[in-house]
Write a new protein. Structure first.
Length: 364
């Protein structure tokens, strides 16, 4: 097994605790990882005066792979989101969020197994906005009216929704390639092309073009986003790989996580052409930091995704099996998961981690 150097960004709040847990589980899986730590969030602000120092970006550029704990973006300080900044700086165009039922949880559905693939660089999250009352907003409103495109109220703020052929093609092709590599059978493109004909309509047109390249290997369908949201909560097992523009993907990925137990067990990855950053998508939970109450499952499963990416499939599979075994037994669960079940003793972060490590050591 080859050694891999990975940038570890523990983050803040519960980030350092769950990062420690993740490292213990990865070590027990047999994967040979050399960790190079870098800072982001509150520790970086204290040390460098910014939540995302250049040294952290440089570390990810150098090692090509990073895993990140949750970070806090202080409200009202002018600091940009670390997550958004990382995606832009590293050109991480694909956000990948699996949603899979774990045994032992009292979910409505027991057979959810889908992957949300979200375009990560444009749409309303491109950050192209005009403040209400600004000269830019007034100018844009005049141009829109002069071109006969419509009328914008003079007291409106404006956000622009760019959807490009190139970004749409990249994300849809990523979704199909992912389906092929993971042995999945169908890709669903989600859109609102019936209303937004020149943005979502473009996305759908490109999705259909790309889908033709995979005919006979991966099935394709498309759904209007509001109908899809109803479908996903009534019959989620019909979906496999789902590809969406940025805004819809942000919403639907959290919706899918809610179907399987919440963000505490939801892994995530941001993939670019050269770099990849894996992360727990939940918040930093500063109210429970340092108390041993944090659930490290999401970051541990994100590490399994990272190991898949690195070609360490056996170690990744072993981690997933160990997590499933601990959840299935139901004896060693953290407070957030225990609250969903029928009660029982609450395990600390370290106790839960030890249970997962024990399963891995027994397997080996």
């Amino acid at each position: 097994m080859a050694q891999h150097t990975v940038t570890l960004i523990p983050g803040d709040g519960i980030g350092p605790e769950i990062s420690e847990a993740m490292r213990a589980v990865v070590a027990a899986s047999g994967a040979d990882i050399a960790w190079e730590q870098a800072e982001a969030g509150l520790p970086a602000i204290e040390q460098y005066g910014t939540p995302l120092p250049a040294s952290t970006i440089e570390a990810v550029h150098k090692n090509k792979v990073a895993i990140k704990g949750p970070v806090t973006t202080p409200v009202g300080t002018g600091f940009r989101s670390v997550n958004v900044a990382l995606r832009k700086e590293l050109k991480l165009y694909a956000n990948v969020r699996p949603a899979r039922t774990l045994p032992g949880l009292p979910n409505r559905f027991t057979d959810v197994d889908m992957v949300i693939v979200r375009e990560n660089t444009e749409d309303l999250y491109a950050g192209i906005e005009c403040e209400q009352g600004s000269p830019a907003a007034a100018h844009l409103a005049r141009v829109i009216e002069q071109e006969g495109l419509g009328t914008i109220a003079p007291d409106a703020g404006i956000s622009v929704k760019p959807i490009s052929v190139s970004a749409s093609r990249d994300i849809v092709r990523y979704a199909f390639d992912y389906a092929v590599s993971q042995g999945r059978s169908k890709v669903t493109a989600v859109h609102k092309a019936n209303i937004m004909k020149h943005s979502d309509g473009l996305f759908l047109r490109v999705a259909r073009e790309v889908a033709r390249e995979y005919e006979g290997r991966v099935a394709f369908e498309d759904r209007i986003v509001d109908a899809f949201c109803m479908n996903i909560v009534t019959n989620p097992s019909q979906f496999d790989v789902v590809v969406l523009p940025n805004l819809y993907g942000d919403i639907v990925s959290d919706l899918a996580a809610g179907l399987v137990g919440g963000l505490g067990i939801a892994p995530g990855a941001n993939i670019g052409r050269e770099e990849a950053v894996f992360e727990a998508v939940h918040g930093s939970a500063p109210d429970i930091a340092g108390q041993g109450k944090a659930n490290p499952t999401a970051l541990i499963l994100s590490a399994a995704m990272m190991l898949d990416y690195l070609g360490e499939m056996d170690a990744a599979a072993a981690i997933r099996e160990a997590i499933e075994a601990v959840f299935s037994e139901g004896r060693t669960l953290t407070a957030d998961i225990r609250a969903m079940s029928q009660g029982g003793a609450v395990a600390s972060t370290k106790e839960f981690t030890a249970a997962v490590v024990e399963k891995l050591q027994t397997r080996r």
